[in-house]
Ligand binder design. Structure first.
Ligand code: FMN
Length: 321
């Protein structure tokens, strides 16, 4: 099994499409996230883009951008085709420390291709996929799964995790919800404890961590090796600092409005280095308004912003809102 990079913290940033761009990942990394992961990326897109970019003497990192400061960094791939998955993994492995495979996405346009969470129902196919991936590349391959498809069988992860471990997958993240649940209901942390008792590879627990107390409680209740935070990190990268403090000392720093504003301005400064569109910046800006006085008015003004500079002006003078 390929060795995992050393993680500086037990608290990871979850991959989130439209959110975990390189600027946001770097912010979270600087606030203490132990591992950051790109948003899910199609194996078809990687292979097609590589062909196009290599004709222009450009690397795939023009398509999936990252910075050295984010390391260790994982790229998350999704798809169903085994040959294509291997080709895509070989294309990206020179640049990323970990290749993570998505078996959790519930979006219909992905499950209809029998990718994402739909793969939970295909153990034979998945076994060949993992075996080929692990033996084809030199970087560790990890896995992110949901618990199952429907509530009548929330244990599909059990067989998949065993297959993964036998094939040499280096770590497994469980978002403890079924596909059917989407993001509703609650994550069943008992399933994370159950997974931990069944495998020896590191387990990452995920689902509904909203506070540093939740992060510690998930670790204590499930015995998972690491925890992963998604939605609670949106507009709130300092949650990693708080979790790390709480896990080591039982206390954590409170985040002020000034901290939030400073953090978004830093996001804007980083965003200039990457091809992040004003529309994507707007999504981030909306998230950073949480907890800022006058947020409804601020959000109205954000809607009218057209450039990074306009966002910067608005947040710099946030006291005026
Ligand atoms: C906007 C959004 C985009 C997401 N995109 C991805 C993705 O690209 N890959 C993935 O594995 N999970 C994705 N997820 C799921 C999260 O990684 C995570 O498993 C889920 O949000 C549960 O964790 P949380 O309760 O801490 O948010 C996404 C979630 C959200 C809210």
């Amino acid at each position: 099994m390929r060795k995992l990079a050393k993680f500086s913290s037990k608290v990871f940033l979850a991959p989130m499409a439209g959110i975990t761009d390189p600027a946001f990942r770097l912010l979270c990394k600087e606030e203490g996230a132990g591992l950051v992961t790109t948003e899910l990326t199609s194996i078809h897109a990687i292979v097609a883009k590589e062909k196009q970019l290599s004709q222009e003497n450009k690397a795939i990192t023009q398509f999936v951008e990252y910075s050295e400061k984010e390391r260790p960094i994982a790229i998350q791939l999704f798809g169903n085709d085994i040959d294509l998955a291997v080709r895509a993994a070989k294309i990206v492995e020179p640049y990323f420390d970990i290749i993570d495979f998505n078996m959790g996405c519930p979006a219909p346009h992905i499950t209809q291709q029998e990718a994402g969470a739909a793969l939970l129902q295909k153990p034979v196919h998945v076994k060949e996929l993992f075996a080929r991936l692990v033996t084809s590349i030199d970087k560790p391959v990890t896995l992110k799964v949901r618990a199952g498809i429907k509530s009548d069988n929330p244990h599909l992860y059990r067989d998949i995790a065993k297959i993964a471990e036998d094939c040499g997958i280096a770590m497994i993240t469980l978002h403890a919800r079924t596909l059917e649940q989407g993001y509703s209901g609650t994550a069943d942390w008992k399933l994370i404890a159950d997974l931990k008792s069944r495998v020896t590879i590191p387990v990452v627990g995920n689902g509904d961590i909203k506070t540093p107390e939740d992060a510690k409680r998930m670790m204590d209740e499930t015995g998972c090796d690491y925890v992963m935070i998604g939605r609670a990190a949106m507009g709130n990268p300092q949650i990693f600092l708080q979790c790390n403090e709480y896990i080591t000392s039982g206390r954590y720093t409170q985040i002020t409005v000034q901290d939030k504003v400073k953090s978004f301005l830093q996001y804007l400064a980083y965003a200039r280095d990457y091809a992040i569109s004003p529309a994507a910046i707007k999504v981030q800006a909306m998230q950073f308004t949480k907890g800022i006085p006058g947020a409804p008015d601020l959000r109205r003004k954000i809607s009218a912003c057209r450039s990074g500079e306009e966002f910067r002006e608005l947040f710099t003078h946030h006291d005026d809102v």
